[in-house]
Ligand binder design. Sequence first.
Ligand code: ZN
Ligand code: ZN
Length: 120
Amino acid sequence: MAIETRPKDISIERAAGRMSVVWQDGHASEYELAWLRAHCPCATCREERREHALNTDSLRLVATPPPSTEIVDAEFVGHYAIRFTWTDGHAAGIFPFEALRASCPCSACNPDGPAPLIVD
Ligand SMILES: [Zn+2]
Ligand SMILES: [Zn+2]
């Protein structure tokens, strides 16, 4: 694995709603937890987003609370990914470091804002 996709240090600041990653090559990335949740790569969330994208004519009002953007737990998945447990119990999304690094929201990596998380 390339050093730029290997994290050296990860800290989740719950109060600020942010995750900071310092990579082995020294680059630092800061992700909004809300952004991470909105890009959850699990099959269920991806299906929901695809349906939503197809239904551009209709507005759907949902009475259920929006997905949680707070994290209660995070764990490594092997050496290649991180998995979060959100306060609403959702824990299916596995975020590969390679995809996170590619979506680094800093202006040097992605001048037009964070790229969508590509996990395929
Ligand atoms: Zn999900
Ligand atoms: Zn960056």
